[in-house]
Design a protein around this ligand. Structure first.
Ligand code: ATP
Length: 678
């Protein structure tokens, strides 16, 4: 129900007035788009390259000005106590809209004047008299809700519109939360570009949502800088990236790249898998030192002088002087490839010094030509040969003496044995590289040639990265910053993060701030309480998620007689609206797929988009992380636990599976439930 109207609004039909503003804003947006469409760039530039760039910018702008039927143009209003520079009343929306005179009709949610919409409270009203939230049905403005922040007689109440948004049944890909970002989330979203933020938060606390909105915010606040340096969102797998890919475009940001860690390090084709013991060693940060030594071992101290013949004169640089040059380059610890590129010039410089001493006056061109001299080239090749990163890693993993030489004092004999290939491949192409090997190649690659850094990187589900993977991500934001999102209790890799400060050190951001989110927006109270029984066994000391959902949700736990019962549970879940996820241990998925097909029930795979007509997804437990479904049917928890190499990882996988549901969870167990759930 609308609250009493603001005094300056007409007493009659305040909703009609807001609708009129919506209609006018839509028209203004249309006019803005038409203005851009009508731009004739022929008069602006005759240069076709400039014209092409301009045209693509215009097309982007037209796309960004699209009026999306189901995303309301504004969702809030702020009436300030004092008149600010821009005015007194602001409608807050996803993008800026102005009228023909250039006066704002809708203000971007990221603008400084919008901030009180998210942060103002009765305690600190931030100069705001009225905060109004709008409710929409389809594209129609149908309700509003007011808070008079400076009125001492008005009582605090929870926003019904916010509750409705949180309780909304889910279907389709992830949506933005721009209308309902909470104060503690907003603090993270608006934290500065220069600092790295790490967010620890239990399931459904909005980490992914916050990370994506932070990117959108940073792009607004630092548009030019980030357009130059680039931004990247890193997620655990393709289906997850597919699930989140529409959030940023809905916020008007079309330029952000998305990748998995595997995409970043795709120097070799990954076709193999490691035993856990090998994976642990390969993911250990000590491997970086082994690789560093192995790369640098290619440098051979010169024993012969270099003799450069120019015309009738010969210039001789003795071995000891060459050695000095090489040592100096090694001490500077620049990239192997950069040092290799610098070496010919250093040798040429030594020749030039001799020429000058002999009374010649050589210039830069002479130095360049000496650097290209065959004798210098031959010396450089012998002293500082090129290193192929993949070949280097191949040799380390297949030549025990080479590995022992560089891992001496770094890896134990057993650790060396663990990573060693028992059947060494013949070539880089034929090797069955594992995901961890690809990261080693990436590290070696960076030792040879610096990896370009981006302006900002969001790393989601970070708890699953190995130290070597953190390093791989870290070198992609050495000159930028990062948002690191994760939950220690959901780590399911052999190297899962146990401690954020250690992880942040591997990332190269030891000074990052660690924030904690504890309010849960996804999982109903009863369900999160059930899942949290596992917390002391998987991550003692972590804070339990406090569900902010009002509806208690449904939780049903019952034995199952066979796959028929699972199919029946899915059919009954399908009677509710929203998406349904059937989560099962990976090795149970084929049997359940057959049972569903046999019963004529259509289902999707993770990554395929749920629609009102296809709402059931069969989710192997290993792909459930980060996803959510309105109703979840969880098949045999004990099998989910048993599928992992150790019990703690199994229980963590189960914790993930138990925390995907928005409205209800049905647990069907054909074997006894793990006692930790008891
Ligand atoms: N402020 C908010 N208002 C409305 N919905 C929200 C808010 N914050 C988060 N949500 C919703 O809660 C759900 C969970 O959010 P999200 O997936 O970002 O959580 P998460 O912490 O990344 O979870 P997980 O640890 O399981 O990956 C999403 O549907 C998201 O839209």
């Amino acid at each position: 129900m609308p609250a009493p109207e603001a005094p300056e609004a007409p007493a009659h039909d305040p909703l009609g007035r807001e609708r009129a503003h919506l209609t006018a804003s839509r028209a203004a947006l249309r006019a803005m788009r038409e203005d851009v469409e009508a731009l004739d760039i022929r008069d602006v530039t005759a240069n076709w390259v400039n014209a092409a760039v301009l045209e693509s910018q215009i097309n982007e702008r037209i796309k960004a000005l699209a009026d999306l039927a189901h995303t309301p143009l504004f969702f809030g209003r702020l009436d300030y106590l004092q008149t600010t520079q821009e005015g007194q009343r602001f409608y807050i929306g996803r993008r800026h809209v102005h009228d023909g005179e250039g006066d704002p009709m809708v203000i971007d949610w990221r603008a400084p004047v919008s901030q009180p919409f998210y942060r103002a409270s009765r305690k600190i009203p931030m100069d705001v008299r009225l905060r109004r939230r709008f409710g929409y049905t389809g594209g129609d403005l149908t309700a509003y809700e007011d808070e008079h922040l400076t009125d001492p007689t008005e009582a605090d109440r929870t926003s019904r519109l916010l509750q409705a948004e949180i309780e909304r049944p889910r279907v389709g890909p992830m949506r933005d939360i721009v209308a309902t970002i909470q104060p503690e989330q907003d603090e993270i979203v608006r934290s500065g570009l220069s600092g790295t933020v790490c967010v620890q938060g239990g399931p459904g606390t909005g980490k992914t949502a916050v990370g994506l909105h932070r990117v959108a915010y940073l792009l607004y606040a630092h548009r030019e800088r980030l357009a130059r340096t680039g931004t990247l969102v890193i997620g655990p797998n393709r289906s997850f990236l597919h699930y989140i890919e529409q959030v940023l475009p809905a916020l008007g940001e079309l330029e952000v790249k998305q990748a998995t860690v595997a995409d970043l390090v795709a120097h070799v084709e990954v076709r193999g898998a490691d035993e856990p013991a090998a994976a642990l060693v390969k993911g250990d940060a000590r491997m970086a030192e082994v690789l560093r030594r192995a790369v640098r071992s290619h440098v051979t101290m010169p024993t012969e002088p270099v003799m450069v013949v120019r015309g009738s004169r010969r210039w001789r640089i003795p071995a000891y002087e060459l050695e000095e040059i090489v040592r100096e380059l090694l001490d500077r610890d620049i990239r192997y490839g950069a040092a290799r590129d610098a070496l010919p010039q250093r040798i040429a410089h030594a020749v030039l010094v001799r020429m000058e001493q002999a009374g010649e006056a050589p210039d830069d061109r002479v130095q360049d030509s000496v650097a290209r001299n065959a004798a210098v080239k031959a010396a450089v090749k012998a002293i500082w040969p090129p290193v192929d990163p993949a070949k280097l890693v191949l040799r380390l993993l297949s030549d025990p003496d080479f590995l022992a030489e560089h891992a001496d004092g770094v890896l134990s004999a057993d650790e060396q044995k663990a990573v060693f290939w028992t059947r060494p491949p013949r070539s880089v192409r034929s090797a069955r590289w594992s995901a961890a090997d690809a990261v080693l190649v990436d590290e070696a690659n960076d030792l040879v040639e610096r990896t370009p850094s981006l302006g900002h990187v969001v790393l989601d589900e970070a708890q699953d990265l190995s130290p070597m993977q953190y390093r791989a991500v870290g070198r992609r934001c050495t000159t930028g910053s990062a948002t690191v999102l994760g939950d220690l209790a959901q780590g399911t890799t052999p190297w899962a993060t146990a401690d954020w400060s250690e992880a942040l050190a591997h990332l190269g951001k030891p000074d990052a701030v660690v924030e904690e989110l504890t309010a849960g927006f996804r999982v109903p109270r009863e369900v999160i309480a059930y899942a949290s029984r596992l917390l002391p066994h998987v991550s003692p000391g972590l804070t339990e998620v406090r569900s902010v959902r009002e509806s208690p949700g449904s939780l049903e736990i019952r034995p199952s007689e066979g796959d028929g019962d699972v199919v029946a549970a899915c059919l009954s879940a399908l009677r509710h609206e929203g998406s349904i996820g059937l989560i099962a241990a990976d090795d149970r998925a084929p049997a359940l797929a057959a049972a569903l097909t046999g019963a004529g029930v259509r289902f999707l795979a993770p990554g395929e988009e749920t629609t009102p007509d296809a709402r059931l997804t069969l989710v192997p437990a290993s792909l459930a992380k980060g996803l959510e479904y309105d109703y979840v049917v969880l098949d045999d928890p004990a099998a989910v636990v048993a599928a992992e190499p150790d019990e703690r990882t199994g229980l963590r996988r189960l914790y993930v599976a138990l925390t995907r549901a928005v409205s209800g969870l049905t647990v069907l167990h054909s074997s006894p439930l793990p006692w930790q759930l008891g």
